[in-house]
Design a protein around this ligand. Structure first.
Ligand code: HT7
Ligand code: ZN
Length: 865
């Protein structure tokens, strides 16, 4: 396969100033006429101009009004080559494409009765011949023609300039986007959609029309999306001084989408999952997801669209920065501490394992064969952490100055990560040269901290040491600058002054090892290190259990308070994994749990975080070889013990927190804590005894909202001794017309940790509601299955073999989704020898598949070179 190298970047030899598209939309055969104005930008003569094009049937080709002769162009697998093109010219092409047959959901496709596009990263070349690269910015005019009956709504980027009727019941609409943009931001939608309309007045007083397009019956479910959009628009004005720049902002929801959402200029296309919500059909987490994805796509209008990418290696320039912006938005809207815990949990669940395995790559990758494989946790989440560290190092006001300079310098341009870092430096006269290593170096640094109190000198000395393990292609690592936010706590839990008046400090570890001494400390202190998780590292802390237990109830940094209790839990769990007869609740952990359960002053959402045990995956990640079954049993057993030892407390919470549904932050936290209490009560039930399951049944039947109903549903379906057949049927019967809820119905079954799950998942795949062409459905079943440790990693390899068989099938329809779902198989080195072998065989079987896609081939090849 062709490998694209970062170092091979060349400025394009031509630019396209204008693109006029005309699409006659038909599900089977759509005709696309394109008129492109080319201008040479190279100094030397160009003998060949390569235009990208994929799965296009060329009908006609003209240059400056004249049909091209055979010796003037050449068709290749990758597109069209123009031979000896003039310095400037107009190219007119007409191609035929097949939207209904396009199951890849890249380019123009027809699904659920609608025409939709997805052009990031390289989908536009599946619509017409073009320079499909982010550093080619053109002004787009788009004319859509479709039958009025099936497609009353015709949308594209920018402003609607004219509409009209045609013969035979067809109509048309012409759209113009005044902002030059790369082809990946092009979008069009046509279908029978209802619209929910609102308005936003910008800080400078311009009125913007906000429109959300959904199916008629979903118009009542757009409140959270619209409200989040308005709050995001306001936040970007307040925090970054950035206003929206068109008169209209449109969002379209679809069930058929490869990812979460897409930031096309003025016409975002969204997975319905991140638009639709009502209390009866969506959980609190769903509401939260909508808020953050709506904000994320909106923020791209400045970080991604107005300032775009020079090439795809710079992907984190828009994605890392925009994730950082959406995380900060959510932190400002909700609880900052809880938001940070959730962000770090996601980073550790997805990015740390990626960084420690064969798919590890730098935030700015060096090579790819299929760019779609690089929309990763590293580019997004670790990328956001790098921006966060710059924010931490410079400070809030200075970071803003850096952003202002970045926008001032690069508005309307296609730029690099280097340009971003340079703007941060130049705006603040700071040198971030060492920091650049973070972008180029893969792997998670290990930060080892040791500390000692000297009673004679009344001082505390802290030593920090860093080391980054080797990653594929990068055997030797250099130290990176690590900002370590820290404080020292006295025995009352108060922060003490650190060599002056400050009671919190940011230490910058730049070398492999450095020490700091803090004086004037009459009594011993406990260090609180890496507060707020100030750097994406693995901290090996110097604390013993008592110190951790102390921090678990005294640290005023919410993240570290949570981390302390998590560390205690991990330690207890690993001891049980090593020796199951040790299953008990160590006293330090018991104290921490008791203190948290007994402290009603703690915000309920934060209290729920403190009382949640680490996931099986996270526990497994802490082991040299993941002991799948032992981890599962150890976690089960600790849940049971904590459930049993604190029955009155859990019961008290469960009853006290019962309330009629409300959507404010406090109510959300209370629901979360109450459902956690129910899960402990159920875990603590005696074997075979169904006492608490009756509570869950009652909650399932009587809930006035989906958060509570689904929590009970999941507990019942996944209960070890409970037969939930009637509940499964009931849920399906109630919600079969709500695809997003049926996705949950599928996912929860696929994630049930029981030996018979594999058979059940086989049945789910032939269920009438299962559809291989709908990624949400496929992800529900296959993603749910891969996230089911004991079943996916069954010792006999049956889970892997089954899974690979399904990916094989999916690859023929949707390579992007197949490649993404294949990544769990890349973790084979983390398991015992029989599992390694079985995963290796699964990968080998896939590698031998006829017509293997470039997407899946790359993941397999990098997973098992
Ligand atoms: N920029 C988008 C990333 C994306 C995507 C979205 C939907 C389907 C296919 C896609 N390929 C790449 C989404 C975002 O990060 O905002
Ligand atoms: Zn994004």
């Amino acid at each position: 396969a062709v490998v694209v190298q970062r170092g091979d970047y060349k400025v394009p030899s031509y630019q396209i100033s204008e693109i006029a598209l005309d699409l006659r939309l038909d599900p089977e055969n759509t005709e696309v006429s394109a008129c492109l104005h080319f201008q040479c930008t190279a100094t030397a003569p160009v003998t060949e101009l390569h235009l990208d094009g994929e799965s296009l049937e060329l009908l006609s080709l003209q240059r400056d009004g004249r049909t091209l002769a055979e010796h003037e162009y050449r068709l290749t697998d990758a597109g069209l080559v123009l031979l000896n093109p003039p310095e400037s010219f107009v190219l007119e092409s007409r191609v035929r494409i097949h939207p209904a047959a396009n199951s890849t959901l890249s380019g123009l496709y027809h699904a659920g009765g609608q025409f939709l596009t997805q052009c990031e990263a390289e989908g536009f070349r599946r619509i017409t011949y073009t320079l499909d690269r982010p550093d080619c910015l053109a002004r787009f005019t788009v004319t859509l023609h479709a039958p009025q009956k099936n497609c009353p709504v015709l949308l594209a980027n920018g402003n609607c300039m004219a509409t009209g009727d045609e013969e035979d019941g067809w109509h048309w609409a012409r759209w113009e986007d005044p902002y030059p943009k790369p082809a990946y931001l092009f979008a069009m939608v046509a279908g029978d959609l209802a619209v929910v309309r609102d308005q936003y007045r910008t800080a400078s007083g311009r009125d913007v029309v906000l429109e959300i397009y959904v199916a008629e019956r979903d118009t009542g479910a757009c409140v959270q999306a619209m409200d989040s959009l308005k709050r995001a628009m306001h936040w970007d004005e307040e925090v970054y001084g950035r206003e929206y720049d068109l008169d209209r902002y449109m969002i379209v929801a679809t069930d058929s989408f490869n990812m979460g959402a897409m930031e096309n200029k003025g016409l975002n296309i969204f997975n319905a999952k991140y638009v639709l919500a009502s209390p009866e059909t969506a959980t609190d987490n769903d509401y939260q997801g909508i808020e953050s994805v709506i904000a994320h796509e909106y923020f791209h209008n400045w970080t991604g669209n107005r300032v775009t990418l020079r090439d795809w290696f710079q992907l984190s320039l828009k994605e890392g920065l925009t994730v950082f912006r959406d995380q900060e938005f959510s932190a400002d809207q909700n609880s900052r501490g809880v938001q940070r815990i959730d962000d770090v949990r996601r980073l550790r669940a997805a990015q740390f394992p990626e960084d420690a395995g064969p798919l590890a790559h730098p935030v700015r990758p060096d090579a790819y064969s299929e760019i779609n494989n690089f929309y990763t946790a590293t580019v997004y989440e670790k990328g956001a952490e790098l921006v966060r560290m710059i924010h931490t190092l410079l400070g809030k006001a200075q970071f803003r100055q850096g952003m202002d300079l970045y926008f001032q310098r690069h508005d309307g341009q296609a730029v690099t990560i280097e340009d971003f870092v340079a703007a941060m430096e130049d705006a603040n006269q700071r040198d971030l040269s060492g920091f650049r290593r973070w972008y180029g170096q893969a792997g998670t640094p290990i930060l080892r901290a040791t500390g000692s109190y000297d009673p004679a000198r009344h001082s505390y000395t802290l030593t920090l040491r860093q080391e980054t393990p080797a990653t594929p292609g990068q055997p030797v690592k250099e130290p990176v600058p690590i900002p370590v936010r820290m404080a020292l706590l006295n025995t009352q839990g108060q922060r003490v002054p650190l060599n002056g008046t400050d009671r919190e400090s940011i230490l910058l570890l730049e070398q492999t090892e450095q020490s700091w001494t803090f004086d004037n400390l009459p009594d011993p202190v406990i260090p609180s290190l890496l507060r707020g998780f100030s750097a994406p590292v693995r901290l090996e802390s110097p604390l013993d259990d008592d110190a951790r237990s102390f921090l678990a109830s005294h640290d005023d940094d919410p993240f570290n308070r949570w981390e302390s209790i998590q560390d205690l839990a991990v330690k207890a769990l690993l001891a049980t994994v090593a020796d199951a007869s040790l299953a008990s609740l160590p006293s330090a952990l018991r104290h921490a749990v008791a203190a948290t359960l007994g402290d009603a002053q703690i915000d309920p959402a934060f209290r729920a975080e403190l009382l949640s045990l680490p996931s099986e995956d996270y526990i497994g990640e802490q082991m040299p070889v993941i002991a799948v079954e032992a981890v599962h049993h150890a976690r089960d057993s600790l849940m049971r013990t904590i459930g049993m030892q604190f029955v009155p407390e859990w019961m008290g919470l469960y009853h006290d927190l019962a309330a009629t549904y409300q959507r404010d932050g406090l109510s959300i936290g209370r629901r979360r804590l109450r459902n956690l209490a129910l899960s402990y009560l159920i875990a603590g039930d005696h074997e075979g005894h169904e006492g608490m399951a009756l509570y869950a049944r009652q909650q399932y039947a009587q809930a006035d909202n989906m958060t509570d109903r689904l929590a009970a549903f999941q507990l019942l379906v996944q209960h070890r001794h409970h037969d939930a057949e009637d509940i499964l049927l009931d849920f399906y019967r109630r919600w079969h017309e709500y695809p997003l809820l049926i996705d949950k119905w599928f996912a929860i079954q696929a994630a049930t940790p029981r030996p018979e799950t594999l058979r059940q998942v086989e049945h789910l795949l032939v269920h009438p509601a299962f559809d291989w062409r709908v990624p949400n459905r496929v992800r529900a079943v296959l993603g749910g299955f891969a996230a089911n440790p004991t079943v996916f990693h069954a010792a006999d390899g049956s889970g892997y073999a089954f899974y690979a068989e399904q990916l094989r099938r999916l690859d023929d329809l949707n390579p992007q989704t197949a490649a993404r779902l294949a990544t769990p198989l890349s973790r084979w080195q983390r398991y015992d020898a029989p599992r390694q072998q079985a995963m290796g065989e699964a990968l080998k079987m896939l590698a031998g598949k006829p017509k293997l896609s470039r997407d899946l081939a790359e993941v397999i090849q990098r997973s098992h070179p």
